[in-house]
Each structure stands twice: as C-alpha cells, then as structure tokens.
Design a protein around this ligand. Structure first.
Ligand SMILES: CC(=O)N[C@H]1[C@@H](OP(=O)(O)OP(=O)(O)OC[C@H]2O[C@@H](n3ccc(=O)[nH]c3=O)[C@H](O)[C@@H]2O)O[C@H](CO)[C@H](O)[C@@H]1O
Length: 488
C-alpha cells in the first residue's frame, strides 16, 4: 500500500562505473559491489567480506560522491556512512548505529555517529569532526577552521584546525573506546581506512555534552566553525517509561551545547529533529507547516519539539545564528558495505528493522507487532521509511544551506511513501530469504497511527531527494547483521 506519491525518487546510480580520467578503487568483494568514479580524482571505498563497497567520484546519482583532486575514504560503524570529499584533502566518515555523512574540501573531515545521524561537512583547509550518540549529532565545518558538534547522551564534537580531527561522544549507546587506540570500535574502523591514504590526526573525547566545562575545553582547544547536533535518546516506548531521563539528557545537552557555541562564537548548527513533533498528523503527506507541539504522543517527541523551540528563539534573538532543523521520518537500513549498522550496546534493539534482523538471525525468538487494530488497511502502523544513506546525503545538503543562510529553517526528510509494519516484515523476509515468526501484541505507548512525509521543501530548497528503495533498506540491514552477527 503506497499511500504516498514517490515522485522525486529516482535511482540513477550505476553499480560499477568509471568515467573520464579518474581512478576508482574499490575493495570489498562478494556480491553486490557498486563503485563509481568520475572526474580526475581518486576515490576509494572499502567494504567488508561479501558486502558492498561504493566509491564515487563525479557523475550523478551516486550515493556517495567525490569530486576534485582529493582522496576520499569512507567507512562506517554500526550505521550508515556517506562521505563526500573534494579538493586535495582526505575525508572520512564513520557512523555508529545511525547515519553519518561527511563532506570535506581541502582539509580532513571525520565524523562518527552513535545511534543517530552524524553529518559533517568540511570545506576549506580545516578539519571537521562530528560524533553523536542517541538521536544523532550533526556537525559541519567550512572554511579554514574546525567544527565541533556533539549530542545528547552520545556526544559528538569535532574539531580540527589544520589537519586534525576531534570527536566527542559519551558512548552511552555504543561500545566505548578500546585499547590500544582508545577509540570506539566504529571510529577505529574509520581510522584504519583513512590510514590507507593520508592519516589525519584524530582526537577523541569521551565525555557528555552535558558537561559544560569539559565541552568548553574542547571548543577552546579546537577552532570549531559548525556543529551538527544529533545526539540524544531516541526510543519512543522507552521515553514513556523514563521521561525524566529523556528530558534531562536531550534538553540539557542541547542547551549546554548552544551555550558553549555562543560563548566561543560558533553559531552554525544543524539539528536532528523528528517527524514525531507533528504528533498524530491531520493530513498526509505532512509538510513543515503542519502544527507541532501540543498533540505529540510521547516524551521523546516533546524533547525534540522543545529543542526546536529553543533553537528558534536563539536564532530569532541573535541574527548571527544559522540553525537548520531536520525532521527525520523513519531512517532504517545500513551502509551497503555491511560494515555499518544498528548495534545498540544493550544488544536488544527496540526499533523495527534491527529487531527484525535479530529475529532473522536467531538472536530473538519472535518479532512483536505492536498492535494490529490501527485504522489502516492491514491494521498495523504506517511509517515513511527512508534509507540512512539518503538521510546522510540530506545532511550534506543541509550543511550547505546552513553555511549560506542565517536564521532558523526547517526541513522534512523522508520519501513520501507510507509502508505498514506488515509490509516491512514482508520486505525483510524477501531480503533474508526466510519467513519470520511474528506475534501481535498490544499497541506500544506513544505510537501514532501513520506518518508520511512531504519532502517538497527539501527538494526545492536543498536540492535533496531520496532514491533508495525499501528492498535496498532491508538488504543492507540484513547484510550488516550477517557480517556482524554479534555486533561490534
Ligand atoms: C512517529 C514517530 O515518532 N517517529 C519517530 C520514531 O520512530 P518509530 O517509533 O516509528 O520507529 P520504530 O522503528 O521504533 O517503530 C516503527 C513502527 O514499527 C512498530 N514496531 C517497532 C518495533 C517492534 O518490535 N515492533 C513493532 O511493531 C512500531 O510500533 C512502529 O509502528 O523514532 C525514530 C527514532 O528512533 C524517529 O525519530 C521517527 O521520526
């Protein structure tokens, strides 16, 4: 049941392509490798065993793209990573459980995300690092400086200055730093990949965004130009059970981050918000002008709404601020390399797709469908699922916007296609090749019946459009599970 119009969705990518006078190298192997390179640069991407590796150079319609003369390497942790680097430098990106995007110019960019989405974009000669846990952190860097961003329980900070990278994360929902590198395992994967070319210096701070003193020290040490804030706790059901944890973490970290940014004069921010701020929407597809706030059905959603309000007030009071709020619909999937996927530190995922993957892998006995009595064609909830790589690319576009605009702006990121929980189960069964044991249980507290996104504004203003399919999402999610049977 596609209740949305997927106009604007297209798939222009080429599995393997080498164009013009460039060089493309891909390492990965197995089945399903996509690589593309164009222009006169060199792009390298490395994937896992039988996974997929993609590297992209110029051209159009590739999930990752690199242009110019530089070298780009991308790697991910649990999630999805997209990196786009141009110029003469090195760009690297790593995602934790979520999505990471990085774009670098002449400098070095590294990003690491926890549960959410991390985006970093570095231009000029500087260094940008973003790292986030929870809902994700986004950070961006342009020009010659450094960008740092951090989020919620997972804190991300990026810094640089010259040729270094700084990442800050409290690793609340990701594996903590491990010896000998003392980096989180996901970030270590990135470091190793980058080390194949020009190794940037990488600084990791294991701290919380709520620690104002420590966070200020990071900003003092590194010349941060842009922050992508996508850290935060993000489980709807959990937020109903632990509201204080959600308010304390998501709000305090955001306010602390804004205070420190203001103190040091870094006033460019991209924030990971959620479709949950609309509550039960009154029309579909839902655009950014739909009312937000009062109807929200869970504390998680209210923390996102409150953070949005804080940012809008700050940007209204001081015209030097540039804030881009991104309202994600339902990001799912994993990086096509099989290296990055959803791997919560608890080992017990609560979101739909990682839960299905655990059932398919035998790590969980049965999948629980939260209610089959909703007012939908098959009785299960409808969501607007979007591949994390598409989401990551949306962040790159948002970073460009943040650099060229002041004030606060808001964009939905989603595909505009409504898919029921039952339909998603069927799609995952196609991907893993087996039928999955399911049991219908009570509705989950805090859920809404349906979400479907109008992405018209993001398409018109940011020039962003998602193009990956439901099958792409399930295939990549399953590949990550197969390649990482016990996570990190
Ligand atoms: C409407 C809404 O608030 N959406 C937000 C929420 O997604 P959701 O809470 O919609 O994401 P989810 O993956 O937890 O659930 C998706 C759908 O699957 C159902 N389900 C999930 C797990 C399971 O074991 N069984 C089952 O039936 C669930 O009831 C829902 O209808 O959180 C996300 C971050 O995590 C994003 O911020 C979304 O924008």
């Amino acid at each position: 049941m596609n209740d949305g119009d997927r106009k604007g969705v297209e798939r222009k990518g080429v599995n393997v392509k080498n164009g013009d006078d460039g060089v493309s190298v891909m390492s990965g192997g197995g089945d399903g490798v996509s690589m593309k390179n164009g222009g006169d640069g060199v792009s390298v991407m490395n994937g896992g065993d039988d996974g997929v590796s993609v590297i992209s150079g110029g051209g159009d319609g590739v999930s990752m793209k690199n242009g110019g003369d530089g070298v780009s390497v991308m790697s991910g942790g649990d999630g999805v990573s997209v990196m786009s680097g141009g110029g003469d430098g090195v760009s690297m990106k790593n995602g934790g459980d979520g999505v990471s995007v990085m774009s670098g110019g002449d400098g070095v960019s590294v990003m690491s995300g926890g549960d959410g989405v991390s985006v970093m974009s570095g231009g000029g000669d500087g260094v940008s690092v973003i790292s986030g846990g929870g809902d994700g952190v986004s950070m961006k860097n342009g020009g010659d400086g450094v960008s740092v961003m951090s989020g919620g329980d997972g804190v991300s900070v990026m810094s640089g200055g010259g040729d270094g990278v700084v990442v800050v994360d409290n690793c609340i929902n990701a594996k903590p730093p491990q010896p000998p590198s003392h980096l989180p395992p996901s970030l270590e994967r990135v470091r190793k990949l980058v080390a194949t070319s020009t190794p940037p210096s990488l600084h990791f701070y294991h701290l919380s965004l709520q620690d104002r003193q420590q966070l200020r020290m990071v900003f003092d040490k590194h010349c941060v130009k842009v922050v992508i804030h996508f850290a935060g706790l993000k489980a709807v059901g959990e937020s109903v059970k632990r509201p204080l944890d959600y308010y304390a973490n998501n709000l305090t970290s955001t306010i602390t981050l804004l205070q420190v940014m203001n103190e040091v004069g870094c006033r460019v921010l991209v924030f990971s918000s959620s479709s949950t701020v609309y509550g039960p929407a009154t029309y579909f597809p839902t655009d950014e002008d739909h009312p937000t706030g009062p109807a929200i059905t869970n504390p998680y959603g209210r923390t996102k709404y409150f953070c949005e309000q804080v940012m809008k007030d700050v940007a209204a009071q001081d015209k030097r601020w540039s804030v881009v709020v991104l309202r994600y619909f339902n990001p799912v999937g994993a990086h096509s390399s099989g290296l990055l996927g959803d791997d919560p530190v608890t080992g017990r995922p609560v979101n739909l797709l990682p839960s299905l993957a655990h059932v398919a892998a035998g790590r969980k006995k049965v999948f629980h469908i939260f209610g089959e009595d909703w007012d939908t064609p098959d009785g299960t909830c409808i969501r607007d699922f979007m591949h994390v790589m598409d989401l990551a690319e949306g962040h790159v576009a948002a970073l460009e916007h943040a650099h060229t605009h002041t004030g606060a702006s808001v964009f939905n990121l989603g595909r505009g296609e409504g898919v029921s929980v039952r339909q998603m189960i069927q799609a995952f069964e196609r991907a893993c090749g087996c039928s999955l044991p399911c049991e219908v249980v009570c509705r989950r507290a805090g859920d809404v019946r349906r979400t479907t996104c109008s992405g018209d504004r993001a398409k018109a203003v940011l020039g962003w459009r998602p193009y990956r399919t439901l099958d792409d999402m399930c295939r990549d999610s399953w590949l990550f599970q197969v390649n990482n049977p016990h996570g990190y």
